[in-house]
Design a protein around this ligand. Structure first.
Ligand code: ZN
Length: 242
């Protein structure tokens, strides 16, 4: 069986459609969404409908939470805040109730999924360093923890007492005796200097986790962003992937 895990769509409809086409091509059996369907991008309503339509489970991201008016956005930068104001204004009531159903964390077979950190899923902290990862391994409830949030894909492995290590390959056969924290990257706003969408495919038979990149029509999303008056900073960063 093949499972796709995706995160951080951020209302980027062209990217989401390219992802959806790609998982069809991969003949994926199951799909899980790790949060932030909205924020930053121009099409929150259309994206929510697709995300909820294809995903077995949807997790709550900080931008989703903010779009419900439940998060104090003073910690957001000015551009993120402008985008959230726009999102709150145009989200339909039906889509707000969809977001309200999102889960903070979810466990399925070998996977513990959360948007931010397993230590405190509702605090929206980041796992940036291997030290952050080391602390968080103590809170992982299954063998493999999948996260999003930083938009920076990474596979981190921990072998019992040894300190965690970053795996350089984009595709890894997971060792049953080790545990992993995998950041699955972002579909709608990658920030690792590669502007292509990123998501994770897991093949249960081969026990192989693979970070996959997908090209999408960046200019189309940028045009839509201009039409609705989103900040230039957010428009420009998409083509740079940061
Ligand atoms: Zn995000």
């Amino acid at each position: 069986m093949k499972i796709a895990f995706f995160s951080d769509v951020h209302a980027n409809l062209a990217a989401l459609k390219a992802f959806r086409d790609d998982i069809r091509g991969e003949k994926v059996d199951k799909v899980f969404f790790l949060g932030d369907a909205v924020g930053y991008g121009p099409n929150p309503n259309e994206c929510l409908e697709i995300v909820c339509g294809i995903s077995e489970v949807c997790l709550m991201g900080n931008h989703d939470y903010a779009a419900l008016g439940l998060l104090d956005t003073s910690g957001f930068n000015q551009y993120a805040r402008e985008a959230i104001d726009f999102t709150e204004r145009i989200l339909t009531e039906e889509n707000k109730s969809r977001i309200a159903e999102f889960e903070l964390e979810y466990q399925y077979e070998d996977f513990h999924m959360v948007h931010s950190t397993p230590e405190e899923p509702g605090q929206w902290d980041y796992i940036v360093t291997l030290e952050d990862a080391d602390v968080n391994f103590g809170f992982v409830k299954r063998r493999i923890c999948l996260i999003g949030h930083s938009h920076y894909p990474a596979i981190i492995c921990k072998d019992n007492g040894a300190p965690p290590a970053l795996i350089k390959e984009q595709s890894v056969k997971l060792d049953k005796k080790k545990s992993y924290i995998i950041n699955i990257g972002s579909v709608g706003q990658p920030r690792d200097n590669d502007p292509r969408s990123c998501y994770l495919i897991y093949d249960t038979k081969k026990r192989e986790a693979r970070l996959k990149r997908v090209e999408y029509d960046i200019a189309d999303t940028q045009n839509r962003m201009r039409e609705v008056g989103l900040p230039d900073y957010l428009i420009n960063r998409l083509e740079k992937g940061r």
